[in-house]
Design a protein around this ligand. Structure first.
Ligand code: PMP
Length: 377
């Protein structure tokens, strides 16, 4: 077996999920899977595509109409990639993998945030790159001194930015964007910006480093429709980058998957054209749930910032004097509520738990009441 493969472990999220299924009456707040049904127009578009026998390969980069719509959608967030600079992928996951594979030679250094979505570290390790973590600060913004020192010391080929963030729910703030720009504008590293939760940013303005025209030649924008239209099982995402980068990524994509699933591409296209209101109402519902969970947790003595995006809250559990794995195990067995230990997202996730609030208000209410009884009765 390949040494890199043998040396990595399955994701801590999945590992914990496997424990959860052994407690059948537990409510699981572990997975990043919205509970909403896919928008009707998206489903109908896919049925129509099937009936029209659009079950064949598409161009490697995806159907032209979808690439055009993605380009238009990004323009609404002041991110400029032409349709030719878009490649439709098998979820954001394949987008990340193809990007890492295309950019990094074995031993090249890639900087990833700590805490972060575990795939960055795992993919880096799988392809033999050297993964160095940069620290997020107490507000889950970036510790810029640490980042600066690590760029100086390790001369990374690339770095990953991940906002809105899984697991913290933080978003890229204007001030952070400007400071990062000053720090990165004279460097030469590639910036892989995973913005899969962009449609779930609860702030008025949306900020991304890909909005800087003088950085865009080094940016790879990774996103997808799993979260936006609640389409996790359809495996549909995309990467955007300028031609000199995308043409290399496309080789990995082509030999790996040929193209993204055709039917899902027609669904995503229809979604961008006619289901933006559905995406907006999902966002509104998530805001209500976020407020409810946040207020309840504060009442229970957890420390937390109010998340500004995605559908996770990452409260500090240090008051309860148990590490995150023990806390989650106890909570699962006693309160019958499952959350992911913060340590699954990196060392700086310790003393936190990730609660995913993409389930019904009823389930959220029941789980928070159970947690309350477990902690205080
Ligand atoms: N990036 C982040 C930060 C994620 O949380 C996820 C899924 N949980 C992905 C990428 C990949 O999503 P998908 O492959 O479903 O598009």
């Amino acid at each position: 077996m390949n040494t890199n493969v043998k040396n990595i472990e399955i994701s801590g999220i999945r590992k914990f999920y496997n424990k959860v299924i052994q407690v059948p009456d537990a409510i699981s707040l572990t997975l990043g899977q919205p509970d909403f049904k896919a928008p009707l127009v998206v489903k109908n578009a896919m049925i129509k595509a099937l009936e029209e026998n659009k079950t064949v390969y598409t161009p490697n980069a995806g159907i032209p109409e979808l690439r055009k719509e993605i380009s238009k959608y990004l323009e609404s967030m002041s991110i400029n990639f032409s349709p030719d600079e878009v490649c439709v992928t098998v979820g954001g996951s394949e987008g990340l993998y193809a990007t890492f594979q295309a950019i990094l030679n074995p031993k090249d250094v890639i900087l990833v945030p700590n805490p972060a979505y575990p795939a960055y570290k795992a993919i880096g390790a799988l392809i033999g790159a050297t993964v160095i973590e940069y620290n997020l600060d107490d507000k889950f913004s970036i510790d810029l001194d640490d980042l600066k020192n690590k760029i100086k010391e390790f001369k990374p080929k690339a770095m990953v930015l991940s906002y809105p963030s899984n697991p913290t729910g933080a978003v890229m703030e204007k001030a952070l964007k400007e400071k990062l720009y000053s720090l990165l504008k004279d460097e030469s590293l590639y910036i892989i910006s995973d913005e899969i939760y962009a449609s779930l940013s609860y702030e008025e303005e949306y900020y991304s480093l890909c909005q800087y025209e003088d950085l865009i030649n080094r940016c790879i924008y990774v996103s997808g429709f799993s979260k936006m239209f609640s389409l996790t099982g359809l495996r549909i995402g995309y990467i955007c980058a300028k031609d000199h980068i995308l043409k290399e990524i496309m080789k990995v994509h082509q030999y790996n998957v040929s193209c993204a699933p055709s039917i899902a591409q027609y669904g995503a296209y229809e979604g961008l054209k006619n289901a933006m209101e559905d995406a907006e109402s999902m966002k509104k519902e998530f805001i209500l749930r976020r407020d409810y969970v946040y207020n309840y947790l504060i009442k229970l003595g957890f420390k937390s910032d109010k998340p500004k995006g995605a559908f996770y809250i990452f409260p500090d559990i240090s008051t309860f004097q148990q590490n995150s794995e023990i806390f989650c195990n106890n909570m699962l067995n006693s309160a019958k509520v499952a959350c992911v230990p913060g340590s699954a997202f990196g060392s700086r996730g310790e003393n936190h738990i990730r609660i995913s609030y993409c389930c019904s208000m009823k389930q959220l209410n029941e789980s928070l009441e159970n947690i309350e009884k477990w902690l205080y009765v």
